[in-house]
Design a protein around this ligand. Structure first.
Ligand code: SAM
Ligand code: SF4
Length: 326
């Protein structure tokens, strides 16, 4: 079992399968970003090997992210192969959903358990503005299809930024009345090139207050605590609203994850610059035991928490979110 220096059990790995994306969200991806060279992107076989070794050490959940995971060719092959690894209890993906209508059937067949879909506006023009060109209609169609195929529950990730989409908080919460989705409000985090400032962050307490003002007292939803989201339900609603206080509530205490970037760097924390190179050892004959040692090393240097937002700290964020794999 992987235990860090603060008694947290690490059983979850987020894998960025590509740093490339078919959108350019204003808060995530600078439009002039230089992509990682293809030769430095981990192959599927390399990712599968890392996961096999991680599972031996106790990793049980895998999330594929990016960049845009559906933009990587034949991603359904990776889903299928990872799903076949004994010991994986949950395989999920975070996607912008633009290509979901095309891939939903294959993802379901390949064994994908869960989906998070990022939608930051329910207004098609605003959506296009935030994503610099995306089609909301395509995403909603993909989401409905995935839901009808039984990929459940579908979670909608919504990053709220003051002056950009905070006028839609009630609209997103209201979306759960008639729809069985989980809408998760995420605080805006700093990333390289995204011009973050503390004033732009709409804290989850403010979001919650506004929702309660409109819809009445939220009912807490009890669930196995496996992530940073605090979940509630509007009385009588089909779906759930969740709150991820990435900045104001330091979700670090229960952090159970490691991140693997598309170019094979193990990142113990979203906000730490320290990374452990797995790609070079993998390509230079490392044994499984060598990889195990490197995984343990990444866990050993996992910091207790981040200080983003404290005293105006922008953090030591050195990469855009699309490169880290948010
Ligand atoms: N392209 C996929 C998508 O958009 O879902 C997966 C990668 S994206 C980097 C993963 C998640 O990170 C998305 O839900 C996105 O909204 C979130 N994200 C990106 N930049 C962020 C930021 N600065 N603050 C908070 N969340 C952010
Ligand atoms: Fe692409 Fe996702 Fe970043 Fe938007 S949030 S630019 S969809 S990686």
């Amino acid at each position: 079992m992987l235990k860090d220096g603060f008694s947290r059990t690490i059983d979850y790995m987020r894998i960025s399968v590509t740093d490339r994306c078919n959108l350019r969200c204003i808060y995530c991806m600078p439009h002039d970003i230089k992509p990682v060279e293809f030769k430095n992107i981990l192959t599927y076989e390399e990712i599968i090997r890392i996961v096999r070794v991680s599972v031996k050490l106790g990793v049980r959940k895998i999330r594929l992210t990016g960049g845009e995971p559906l933009a990587r060719k034949n991603i359904q092959y990776l889903v299928k192969r990872l799903k076949e690894i004994e010991g994986i209890e949950e395989l999920s993906m975070t996607t912008n959903g633009i290509l979901l209508k095309r891939y939903a059937h294959e993802l379901k067949e390949a064994g994908l358990d869960r989906l998070n879909i990022s939608i930051d506006s329910l207004d098609k023009d605003k959506y296009r503005e935030i994503t610099r060109g995306g089609s909301l209609e395509r995403v909603l169609q993909g989401m409905e299809l995935a839901h009808s195929l039984g990929i459940s529950p579908i979670k909608v990730n919504t990053v709220i930024i003051r002056g950009v989409n905070d006028s839609e908080i009630e609209g997103f919460a209201g979306f759960t009345l008639e729809n069985p989705y989980h809408v998760r409000f995420i605080e805006f985090m700093p990333g390289k090139g995204n011009h973050w400032s503390k004033e732009d962050v709409v804290g989850i307490e403010e979001i919650k207050d506004r929702i309660q003002e409109r819809f009445g007292v939220l009912e807490p939803v009890k669930r196995k605590k496996t992530g940073p989201s605090e979940d509630f339900r509007i009385k009588g609603a089909q779906g759930i609203v969740g709150f991820i206080g990435a900045v104001t509530h330091g979700f670090c205490k229960s952090c159970n994850r490691l991140r693997l970037t598309a170019d094979g760097m193990l990142r113990p924390c979203l906000f730490s610059k320290s990374m452990i190179d797995l790609r070079s050892p993998l390509r230079n004959g490392a044994t499984d035991e060598d990889i195990e040692r490197l995984l343990q090393c990444a866990v050993d240097i996992k910091p207790q928490g981040h200080t983003i937002g404290v005293d105006d700290d922008r953090g030591s964020i050195d990469l855009p979110m699309s490169k880290i794999g948010g």
